[in-house]
Design a protein around this ligand. Structure first.
Ligand SMILES: Nc1ncnc2c1ncn2[C@@H]1O[C@H](COP(=O)(O)OP(=O)(O)O)[C@@H](O)[C@H]1O
Ligand SMILES: [Mg+2]
Length: 396
């Protein structure tokens, strides 16, 4: 099974591109599910479904086209389905603080629940081999990064906190029963949590396997959007995911001659060049700005034809290695990046604001550094085969 994760700033056209990719995959004969993980769902609208997507009680994938299903993860429904004991307990605790029922219920929805629920579905469909491809229409960048970092966080939590919490609760429950103003969680609460963890087990390995999961960054040819895309690129790398395509949506068509757009066209060309250089060797694709909204299967088909030109198979695995990786070796940090066809003498390294800049002749690559490494400077570099390894240490 393939998982294609579409991420990018809000409003760039993620949902449209993800849905159009679904249309293309279905056309190629893949059993495809497009799943929305963005609380601001618009997948149903994108397919122009009467009255949006599900207003009933079922969360099951809905068939919208031959080979194509869509699903929106709705947190209220997920709570009833998976989080009942957890949310119920948290709500009862919050109520003791004087919050009203509605407020307590609202607050029992903690960040990440939506992403977790989506992951449970992905894992379930993977195990049951229900689909050939799952296309994930993610929330804006920050939230979709939470999606990919959650499994690691939770794994740690389960190992270190949960088992401890459980042991502590066993010991203190009789005391709380007698004196405490706050009720202890019932055993079903722990059972429920354990159950939930079981449902996402193995998903982090799935997300990090480039043969299964590919990240596609959707962006617009605008400076501010590009900055966020660059950060997203770095952080997906950091979490071990493989970005294999950058899709620039809403590119002004060159045939526009209206002088009003002259400057727009010029800056867009500049930024497109910048995008191509920054993300290389990850390929960039473009989608033009249409003179109408992208709506319904017909509109999505049009977008798909411009993006994939009836020739590209979006499910193909095209990149199996990460652009670069960060690691801690013998107490210092290292940045590793594949640098084929270069000699050491050709390589220049320096630091610019929070980026490590790598120069090879006239080519330049900006490597955004994670927060923990942002203050470090490159002190040494070596080439091992075609891998450039840069040693980073603090400046002092
Ligand atoms: N290339 C395009 N040309 C014209 N309109 C577009 C294009 N891409 C997206 N849109 C429109 O822009 C709006 C936002 O797109 P959407 O896919 O919902 O963005 P996101 O999911 O990133 O928030 C929608 O009305 C959509 O139809
Ligand atoms: Mg969207």
């Amino acid at each position: 099974m393939r998982i294609l994760l579409f991420s990018g700033k809000g409003g760039v056209g993620k949902t449209s591109v993800a849905a159009a990719t679904g249309v293309r995959l279905a056309e190629l004969g893949y059993k495809t599910l497009v799943m929305s993980v963005d609380p601001a769902h618009s997948l149903g609208d994108s397919f122009d479904l009467e009255g949006g997507l599900f207003h009933g009680t079922t969360a099951d994938p809905k068939s919208v086209h031959p080979n194509l299903w869509i699903q929106e993860v709705n947190i209220q429904r997920e709570i009833k389905r998976h989080w009942n004991e957890v949310a119920g307990y948290i709500t009862s605790v919050l109520r003791t603080t004087g919050l009203s029922d509605v407020e307590a219920e609202e607050m029992a929805i903690f960040p990440g629940m939506e992403e977790l629920s989506a992951m449970m579905y992905v894992n379930q469909y993977r195990k049951e081999k229900q689909f050939d491809v799952i296309v994930l229409d993610c929330a804006p960048t920050a939230e979709s990064l939470r999606f990919v970092s959650l499994p690691t966080t939770l794994d740690w939590y389960v190992k270190h906190v949960f088992s401890l919490e459980r042991r502590v609760m066993k010991a203190v429950r009789p005391i709380i029963k007698t004196f405490g103003p706050i009720e202890a969680p019932p055993d079903s609460y722990f059972g429920n949590i354990q159950d939930l963890f079981q449902k996402i087990q193995g998903i982090d390995a799935v997300l990090q396997d480039p043969e299964t999961t590919s990240v596609r960054l959707v962006t617009n040819p605008e400076k501010m959007v590009l900055r966020e895309t660059q950060r997203a690129f770095v952080y997906f790398c950091l979490h071990g995911l493989t970005v294999d395509q950058v899709i620039v949506n809403r590119v002004l068509p060159e045939e526009i001659t209206d002088p009003f757009f002259e400057n727009w066209l010029k800056t867009q060309r500049g930024i497109l060049g910048e995008i191509e250089a920054y993300f290389a060797p990850v390929p960039m694709s473009t989608v033009p700005l249409f003179n109408h909204e992208v709506l319904g299967v017909a509109g999505l088909q049009e977008l798909s034809d411009r993006l994939y030109r009836k020739t590209v198979d979006p499910a193909l695995v095209t990149r199996t290695e990460k652009a670069y990786s960060f690691s801690m070796v013998d107490g210092h940090y290292e940045v590793r990046m594949r640098m084929p066809f270069v000699q050491k003498a050709e390589i220049g390294l320096f630091k610019k604001s929070e980026e490590l800049v790598v120069e090879v002749g006239t080519l330049r690559r900006h490597v955004g550094l994670p927060t923990t490494m942002a203050s470090l400077v490159p002190v040494k570099a070596r080439l091992e085969h075609d891998m450039l390894i840069v040693e980073m240490r603090s400046a002092t």
